[in-house]
Design a protein around this ligand. Structure first.
Ligand SMILES: Nc1ncnc2c1ncn2[C@@H]1O[C@H](COP(=O)(O)OP(=O)(O)OP(=O)(O)O)[C@@H](O)[C@H]1O
Ligand SMILES: [Mg+2]
Length: 217
């Protein structure tokens, strides 16, 4: 599903709450910029004006009554807008798109977490997103460790307020997805120090970039 004409690529970072996605993305972006690559950084849900408005609906703690199906469709709506407004234009320009979560998060949260059948999500993935990342990092660590890391931040949003059992299901869905498509995934032990995680991710990224640039020449 990835765009065959682009020189850049779509690279996503996935993992549970507090796994260290934002932290490692900062290091990854610096490493790619040091290579002189043009980047486009996006986050989900959101990343566009319309998507950020959808994000508010999704994450407001008062929206406890949101049904799983509504949640999935809103996530996909935000993603559909992000793909068309930012990701495809960036890839067409040959940029490298760094995504803080993408459709795999729906397989993990709405699939694993909420129990929506994965075939339904795959259908929406094909139609609403229309592309898959070229490379995905899974920052994997025990749920309790991630929640502890995340607990130092502002008041939890609606999804962050879920139970540990919910996040265990999310974690196992992520791991299952990575195991199903090993060529696309790079699973990182995110319980390591931030420096060790950044080094491992950066090394894998630079290998991927040089292989892709070789193929493009
Ligand atoms: N490898 C690490 N070891 C210890 N602490 C870390 C590590 N990586 C990140 N942290 C810290 O853990 C907290 C959560 O990290 P970060 O915000 O990067 O996670 P995240 O995956 O982006 O979370 P969210 O899913 O909520 O966006 C931050 O305070 C960060 O400084
Ligand atoms: Mg983050």
């Amino acid at each position: 599903m990835s765009s065959p004409t682009s020189r850049g690529a779509l690279i996503s970072f996935e993992g549970g709450e507090g796994a260290g996605k934002s932290t490692v993305i900062a290091a990854a972006v610096a490493a790619l910029q040091a290579q002189g690559l043009a980047l486009c950084q996006v986050r989900e849900p959101g990343g566009t004006i319309i998507g950020e408005a959808i994000r508010e609906v999704l994450l407001k703690p008062e929206h406890r009554g949101l049904h799983a199906e509504t949640e999935l469709l809103l996530m996909m709506a935000s993603r559909a807008q992000l793909v068309r407004e930012r990701i495809l234009p960036a890839l067409a320009k040959g940029e490298w798109v760094i995504a803080d979560r993408f459709t795999d998060a729906s397989f993990a949260y709405q699939g694993g977490g909420r129990g929506i059948e994965s075939g339904r999500i795959a259908e929406l993935e094909r139609w609403a997103a229309g592309l898959q990342p070229d490379l995905s990092f899974l920052l994997d660590l025990p749920v309790a460790d991630g929640l502890k890391r995340a607990s130092g931040r502002s008041a939890p949003d609606r999804i962050e307020s879920e139970s540990a059992v919910f996040f265990e299901r999310v974690r196992s869905a992520y791991r299952q997805r990575a195991a199903q498509q090993p060529a696309r995934w790079c699973v990182i032990d995110a319980s390591q120090s931030a420096e060790a995680v950044a080094m491992e991710v950066t090394a894998a990224l630079l290998r991927f970039v040089s292989a892709r640039c070789e193929r493009a020449t």
